[in-house]
Design a binder for this molecule. Sequence first.
Ligand code: PLP
Length: 390
Amino acid sequence: MSFNELAAELEQRQQQFLYRKRRTLETPQQPLVQVDGREYLAFCSNDYLGLANHPEVIESFQAAANQYGVGGGASHLVSGHSQAHHELELALAEFTGRPRALLFSTGYMANLGAVNGLLDKQDAVFQDRLNHASLLDAGLLSGARFQRYLHNDAESLDKRLGKTEARRKLVVTDGVFSMDGDVADLPALAKTCQAHEAWLMVDDAHGFGCLGQSGGGCAELYEMGHEKLQVLVGTLGKGFGTAGAFVAGSEELIETLIQHARTYIYTTSMPPAVAAATLTSLKLLQQEAWRRDKLEALIEQFRTGCEQIGLQLMDSPTPIQPILVGESDKALEISQGLEDDGIFISAIRPPTVPQGGARLRVTLSAAHDEKQVVHLLEVLEKVSKKAGLI
Ligand SMILES: *Cc1c(COP(=O)(O)O)cnc(C)c1O
């Protein structure tokens, strides 16, 4: 069998401006990066607090590598559950105000593991239409009845929950929507869940570190304990600046996942040094509130600036500040225009976002400064005018 068919498919994808290409980063994640040999001011990483390249985090990583070596060596249930993992789980449980927390190697795996550890064919899963791909995949894989409700709409959820006769009902939502930046209306969703005896699962990949007094994300923002928000997922590769993920919740939830979550059981534990580094980034994230304050000021500055140049933004209070463009070719054109002027923001196109919803996903970080945002706004104005966006 030849690969001609694949070649034709790839060709077609290119013609639709949907072809994806990787760029090679030659520096750490920081505002000024070198990509494919050229310097850029970047506004598209998820390192919201500037911890990915923090000296203390690096130091903890190095010290733990000396102590534990590099590889986890085995799965958690065999012999790969190190003291560094255990300490981080205890700290994350305390941080989230939950009885227990369980580490996973990635956020994608945490979502697959949590949903599939809890549900099977007798059950039903209800998902926000704009949920992250890993949540949608988790629901589909579980074999549970799969339904989507309108974006952030508790009423639409209520209608669907009212019609189900499933054994278990799990409602799943992003905490901060990854491509739009808006925050889920968790109080309304939790109330609806309560009325129908459904569990609520929130993937707060983009909320941790950014939202709440001490960076506790949506759960802290809305003051929701595990009685109201039963399954809380956090990822460590974004605000935390490291890698991996966790699920936090009740004793019963975590023990169930240890027994049944296949993406927990059948995989090697994350390198212990990553856990040790995360313990340090957790400490910085909680104690250094100035990072959140600075981020908030930069978000405000960016939004005000966009309004002044007539660029329409989405209704987002978070560091995710997308500029909706519409067509994929246009998004690519603008992204290229920005690059020509030394600004790196990749275009996000379907199927990551809905058809006609291509956008520039601008993200801000506490590592950026005011001057850099001013420069971004200047270049954005020039490029958007040229592209006819304003
Ligand atoms: C990034 C992301 C994930 C995946 O996390 P990884 O640790 O990168 O695998 C899951 N959910 C949401 C909402 C995300 O944005």
